[in-house]
Design a protein around this ligand. Structure first.
Ligand code: FRU
Length: 305
């Protein structure tokens, strides 16, 4: 990373959705009718939450994803504007935005998300290529829409090659292992979810790093990305490109109030530590653990800063 790119904004590519959050004392029994303790709705979505937390931490950040002209979306746009999260590159659609119904069960601390997407359009390479990449020091992606996302990543690789600049690429790898694996190749950092690891039958974070690294090297990846595995209340681990492995212990939250977006907060903490402070890998992952744990203490994201 050159001095020049460090202060540049981060661009977060992905979705923004409406999260309808219901707070219950315990997870509801199926086919019952009950009152919740409280509720609220807020802007959500992985890249959108990463943008929020980066902004709260004090980083300059833009969001790149499909915005909606629908009435329901106006509050989300207002929230992005209020937080100074740039959206000038985002295309717009008339379709209603995706939304998630979220249950936060206070006894177990779980967050259960049911997502409704209705084939909402996603940003494409055609939209992405209009962006002036020289403005950014780091581009963060959600693992989705492989064909388009690969082209976006490739254009950053080419930009780096031709300009001598070094824009960092990170990936939030949460779903669809086989389809999305290819997206890891051009990345500097891949954050791999515990939920996806368990779908693969990978039982520990160490196994997860090793299996993923082995699968990537089978594909002949020239320079393997750094692999980071947040493992919930067990902390996080990471494996660097030279095969050095680090385990970072968790920070216990004072109370478990709201685990929604804890993973996105981890991601933002990691980007912030690496990009803004230039901390080394273990230090940045340790800070990411701290941000995720702090997030859980209260509802929403504003208390993180
Ligand atoms: C949390 C989150 C929510 C959103 C869902 C999308 O990580 O980003 O805000 O509803 O995941 O899958």
């Amino acid at each position: 990373m050159t001095e020049e790119t460090v202060g540049k904004p981060v661009l977060c590519v992905g979705c923004t959705v409406i999260d309808f959050v219901t707070i219950t004392s315990s997870y509801p029994k199926e086919d019952t009718d009950r009152r919740c303790l409280d509720g609220f709705w807020q802007r959500g979505g992985n890249a959108s939450n990463v943008s929020t937390v980066l902004g709260v931490l004090g980083s300059k950040v833009d969001f790149f994803g499909m915005l909606s002209r629908s009435d329901a979306f106006r509050v989300l746009l207002e929230d992005l504007r209020r937080r100074n999260i740039g959206t000038s590159h985002c295309p717009q659609t008339d379709k209603d935005p995706p939304f998630s119904s979220v249950i936060l069960a206070q006894d177990s601390g779980t967050r259960t998300i049911i997502h409704c997407n209705k084939n909402y359009p996603q940003v494409t390479w055609e939209d992405f290529k209009k962006i002036d990449l020289t403005r950014y020091g780091w581009v963060h992606f959600e693992a989705r829409n492989v064909a388009e996302t690969s082209r976006m990543m490739q254009s950053i690789v080419e930009h780096n090659r031709n300009s001598g600049e070094r824009i960092i690429i990170s990936l939030d790898f949460e779903t669809l292992y086989e389809q999305n694996l290819k997206l890891c190749y051009p990345c500097d950092y891949v954050v791999f979810s515990k939920e996806l690891a368990s779908q693969k039958g990978w039982k520990s974070p160490k196994d997860t790093c090793e299996f993923l690294a082995a699968n990537l090297s089978l594909q002949g990846t020239l320079k393997p990305p750094v692999i980071i595995c947040p493992w919930g209340s067990a902390g996080a681990v990471c494996l660097d490109a030279s095969g050095n492995y680090h385990e970072l212990p968790p920070y216990k939250p004072k109370q478990v109030v709201d685990t929604l977006g804890a993973g996105d907060s981890f991601m933002a903490g990691f980007i912030y530590g690496t990009h803004v402070h230039k901390w080394d890998l273990a230090e940045a992952v340790d800070f990411a653990n701290r941000v995720a744990s702090h997030k859980i203490n209260k509802f929403g994201y504003d208390h993180i800063g």
